[in-house]
Design a protein around this ligand. Structure first.
Ligand code: 13P
Length: 247
C-alpha cells in the first residue's frame, strides 16, 4: 500500500518572516491522511529544518549538485542538504530543464548524488504543450525516466519518488483532468512493471501542475496517483493542508 505524499515546492518565493509564518501555520495545522514535505528555497533550509524538528513534516531541497564538493560556484552538495536535515531533493524540475538547460543526463547525475547520500530524489518528468499536441507525451516522459534507469538501474527507482508534471499545467491554472493524469501515471507504472513489478508497485508517483484544494480530491482518488507536488497552493498553509485532507 502506497502512502499519499504531498510535497510543497515553494520555488523562489517568500522572505524570512513569511517563511517563518508559513512553517508555523503548517506545523500547527492538523495534518492527517497524508505525509507532507516542504521544499523551501535553499537559504531557508537550516531555519525551516529546525522549525520542523519533532514534527512529522519532512524537509526537502529544490535541487542538488551532481558533484560531491569543490569548485562549483552556486551549487549545493547533497552532504550539505543532509546536514540541514533534508529527506528529499527535487531533481529535474521543468523550470530547471527549460530555464537552466539541465539535460536528462545531468538530472540523472543529480538523482544519483541524492540517492547515494541518503536523500530521496523526487524526479520530475513531463511534456510541454507542443509535445502533448504532437502525441509525444509517452515518449517524452519515458525518455526522461530512462535516462535515470539506464544509468542507475531499476532498483534505484524503488528509493525515489517520481513526479509527473505536465509543463503546460504548471502555474497556468490549467490542471490535467484526473483521467488525463491517470493515463500517464498508469503507463509509467506499467513501464516500470515490465522491468520490476515490485518496484512498480512500491514507487510513489505524484502529480504536479495547478493542483489545489478544489481539484486535489479527484486527482488523488485515481489509482496510480499517489500524491502531489504543489507549487502555488503550497504557499498558503490552509490550502496546502486541505490538499492532504482531501485524500
Ligand atoms: P503549480 O502548482 O504552481 O502549478 O506548480 C507546480 C510545480 O511546478 C510544482 O513543482
Amino acid at each position: 500500500m502506497r502512502t499519499t505524499l504531498i510535497v510543497g515546492n515553494w520555488k523562489m518565493n517568500g522572505s524570512l518572516p513569511g517563511v517563518i509564518e508559513l512553517v508555523e501555520s503548517i506545523v500547527a495545522g492538523e495534518v492527517k491522511n497524508a505525509r507532507f514535505a516542504i521544499c523551501p528555497p535553499a537559504v531557508y533550509l537550516m531555519k525551516v529544518g529546525g522549525m520542523l524538528d519533532g514534527s512529522e513534516i519532512a524537509l526537502g531541497a529544490q535541487n542538488v549538485c551532481d558533484r560531491e564538493s569543490g569548485a562549483y560556484t552556486g551549487e549545493i552538495a547533497a552532504s550539505m542538504l543532509k546536514e540541514c536535515g533534508c529527506r528529499y531533493a527535487i531533481v529535474g524540475h521543468s523550470e530547471r530543464r527549460a530555464l537552466y538547460h539541465e539535460s536528462d543526463e545531468l538530472v540523472a547525475r543529480r538523482f544519483a548524488m541524492a540517492l547515494n547520500s541518503g536523500i530521496t530524489p523526487i524526479l520530475c518528468i513531463g511534456e510541454t504543450l507542443e509535445e502533448r499536441e504532437n502525441g509525444d507525451t509517452e515518449e517524452v516522459v519515458s525518455r526522461q525516466l530512462d535516462a535515470v534507469i539506464d544509468s542507475q538501474g531499476i532498483a534505484a527507482i524503488a528509493h525515489s519518488v517520481i513526479a509527473y508534471e505536465p509543463v503546460w499545467a504548471i502555474g497556468t491554472g490549467k490542471v490535467a483532468t484526473p483521467e488525463e493524469a491517470q493515463v500517464v501515471h498508469k503507463n509509467l507504472r506499467e513501464k516500470l512493471a515490465a522491468l520490476d513489478t515490485r518496484v512498480a508497485e512500491q514507487v510513489q508517483i505524484l502529480y504536479g501542475g495547478s493542483m489545489n484544494a478544489s481539484n486535489a480530491g479527484e486527482l488523488l482518488s485515481q489509482p496510480d496517483i499517489d500524491g502531489g507536488l504543489i507549487g502555488g497552493a503550497s504557499l498558503k498553509a490552509a490550502d496546502f493542508i486541505a490538499i492532504g485532507q482531501s485524500v
